[in-house]
Design a protein around this ligand. Structure first.
Ligand SMILES: Nc1ncnc2c1ncn2[C@@H]1O[C@H](COP(=O)(O)OP(=O)(O)OP(=O)(O)O)[C@@H](O)[C@H]1O
Ligand SMILES: [Mg+2]
Length: 126
């Protein structure tokens, strides 16, 4: 299992979500945060070393099976890329284990994409 951690422009969140919905993904967490990359949040026409600015970004975390890595990353990039500096970054780390609290399922079972939608709907009706 891998954790795909993508830092993107906040205004690109919707585009990334749309791409990912088409591909399919087991779940995600979204965090609003601030950060800077190698330009230190400076605008290109400001004097170098003036000061460091933190720019608003959104972090998306998705834990996926190794075999889904490529398509999910592709989806994130295609939704988030403008070609300008500050488009963001993707970090990939190994995840040791996962547990679905409701069922006790572990590992890849716990992040399975097959959601019992019919059951979900039934549950909501109650
Ligand atoms: N090395 C890093 N470690 C942790 N977070 C980072 C790192 N680099 C970038 N980030 C995060 O990603 C956000 C976007 O970075 P950014 O896209 O500006 O990267 P960059 O390396 O400067 O690339 P570019 O030259 O395309 O701007 C930053 O605001 C920060 O939150
Ligand atoms: Mg940058």
């Amino acid at each position: 299992m891998l954790k795909i951690e993508a830092i993107i422009r906040p205004e690109k969140l919707e585009a990334v979500q749309l791409k990912l919905r088409r591909i399919g993904y087991p779940g995600m967490m979204v965090t609003e945060m601030e950060g800077h990359g190698r330009q230190k949040g400076l605008h290109s026409d400001w004097p170098e070393g003036m000061r460091i600015n933190f720019l608003p970004k959104v972090k998306i975390d998705i834990v996926v099976e190794n075999k889904h890595q490529k398509e999910v990353i592709k989806g994130i990039i295609s939704g988030a890329k403008t070609g300008e500096m500050g488009d963001g970054k993707i970090f990939i780390t190994e995840v040791k284990d996962a547990i679905r609290i409701r069922t006790g399922e572990r590992g890849t079972q716990a992040i399975s994409m097959k959601e019992p939608l019919a059951l979900v709907k039934k549950g909501f009706k109650k």
